[in-house]
Design a protein around this ligand. Structure first.
Ligand code: 1GP
Length: 247
């Protein structure tokens, strides 16, 4: 962190939060600017930045646009750790603990370690868990891992507990980008009962009703990407619905 207040502290204040996910492959520069303005006016808590592929060469310029047009912390949500941007506020250092692919558990992290150490980014070590949503998602395919079945709450609970005991700072339950169904509420509730870490939930959330339900089940932070790409006005609606829970 470059003299800024700790991002992790925000996660620990017990308030319900909302993050917008920006996948640069799915945006134009003009739309990133619009999104930044709306997110700022709606007091969005975080902007997550990243995607599974990043096929376009717009990585750095979009982060500049975000930083110039809003004061919201921007956290890298990396599909590829080697694409680091030092103007961001932090990085979710994801270990894909629901899978058994060593590259995603530790391999890529080893390669990226010197760059990360040198970056001054706040490193948020995150136990990342993919939950089956009824159809393969980009992350399933790209990570070459099998998600946790959506009706196996006990596996999700034990995986999250293991992540916590391994010293991770955050747990992220993700149904995957564009998932037909978000992570089941019962699973979120059961994981919440057993772990004390801040919990992030994303994937397939399309409206403020779902965001509120997921927050009430125990998520500290809900993340929405796809639905916002299609309709930027959702930013304000979801932000106020989630933030009302803190009133
Ligand atoms: C995916 O959790 C994020 O990793 C957000 O998913 O794009 O479906 O909102 P959506």
């Amino acid at each position: 962190m470059k003299g800024r207040s700790s991002v992790y502290k925000h996660f620990q204040d017990g308030k319900k939060k909302f993050a917008v996910l920006v996948d640069p492959d799915k945006f134009t520069a003009a739309r990133v600017k619009l999104l930044a303005g709306k997110a700022e006016r709606s007091a969005v808590d975080f902007i997550f930045y990243g995607g599974s592929l990043l096929t376009e060469d717009n990585h750095d310029s979009y982060i500049t646009i975000l930083k110039e047009n809003c004061s919201i912390p921007v956290l890298l949500f990396p599909g590829n750790y080697l694409r680091i941007n030092r103007d961001c506020d932090g990085i979710l250092l994801l270990s894909l603990i629901s899978g058994r692919n060593p590259e995603m558990l530790i391999g890529k992290h080893v390669v990226a370690a010197p760059l990360l150490k040198d970056s001054n980014l706040e490193i948020l070590s995150t136990g990342y868990m993919l939950i089956d949503s009824g159809r393969p998602t980009a992350v399933n395919y790209m990570s070459n891992t099998t998600p946790i079945p959506s009706d196996k709450d006990d596996i999700a609970v034990c995986t999250a507990m293991a992540g916590e005991m391994l010293g991770m700072k955050l747990i992220y339950l993700d149904a995957g980008s564009g998932a037909p169904q978000p992570v089941p509420v019962s699973m979120i509730r059961n994981v919440r009962k057993k772990i004390g870490l801040p919990m992030i939930v994303g994937g397939g959330i399309r409206n403020s009703g779902q965001a509120v339900e997921i927050s009430n089940a125990g998520a500290d932070l809900v993340v929405v990407g796809n639905a916002i790409e299609k309709d930027l006005s959702l930013i304000g609606r979801i932000a106020s619905a989630v933030h009302e829970l803190n009133a």
